[in-house]
Design a protein around this ligand. Structure first.
Ligand SMILES: [Zn+2]
Length: 216
């Protein structure tokens, strides 16, 4: 950092939250009623580059802010990308990849404040995960019972899954608009269910390969 560097506070999607950013380049366009300012900015913590935009209203000096890409308040888990690394070799990997694409769309909906779409997506995703593991049983409760019976979730997780599925149902059929906080709880449940199935199994296998075996 040199003395001439201009530093501003802005959201960083990698650090998640407001961080100091170095202004790399800025320009402004003067319109009749506004001044439109654009700045390329670099996070001082992680070096991620994004663009800041300000619209200054001349008549009262008020300012609208925006950032591109849209800042995120929650990061996708690392295991979302692991199926990509596997290059979809087996049919199981191909099935898992479809679910990861859906999970990524759900995150994009949350980042874009499309909370109803995200809740409906979460309901569809949880159903797909259950179908993948226990088959397409007629009702949600039968799927949940089989999913729990086969050991994929605990009794506590079953209740949390039921509540999360209901949020999607209410958004789909009863006009319910969930908040960002509701979606964060729902995503905690989704990640808690999916991580052991799609994430930790690979991690644990890699770990087992690195740990020296017990002496007989
Ligand atoms: Zn950062």
């Amino acid at each position: 950092m040199t003395e001439e560097d201009k530093i501003v506070m802005a959201p960083c999607s990698d650090c998640v939250g407001k961080r100091k950013h170095r202004v790399l380049f800025e320009t402004a366009q003067h319109e009749e009623e506004t001044i439109e300012k654009y700045a390329m900015i670099e996070c001082c913590g992680c070096s991620r580059i994004s663009m800041g935009y300000q619209r200054v209203w001349k008549y009262d000096g008020s300012i609208d802010h925006d950032f591109f890409p849209s800042p995120v308040s929650r990061k996708e888990p690392a295991w979302v990308y692991w199926v990509w690394l596997g290059q979809f070799r087996s049919s199981a990997e191909q099935e898992a990849a479809k679910l990861m694409f859906l999970l990524r769309e759900i995150y994009q909906a949350v980042h874009g404040s499309q909370y109803r779409l995200a809740a409906m997506g979460i309901r569809a995703l949880l159903e797909q995960v259950m179908i993948m593991k226990v088959g397409d049983l007629p009702t949600f409760n039968e799927k949940l019972n089989a999913f729990q019976g086969d050991g994929y979730i605990s009794a506590l997780q079953r209740d949390a899954m039921r509540a999360t599925l209901d949020v999607g149902d209410a958004a789909m059929h009863r006009g319910f608009v969930p908040t960002e906080a509701d979606l964060n709880v729902a995503l905690d449940v989704v990640e808690g269910v999916m991580a052991p199935i799609f994430g930790h199994a690979n991690e644990a296998r890699a770990l087992a390969g690195r740990v020296p075996p017990r002496k007989k």
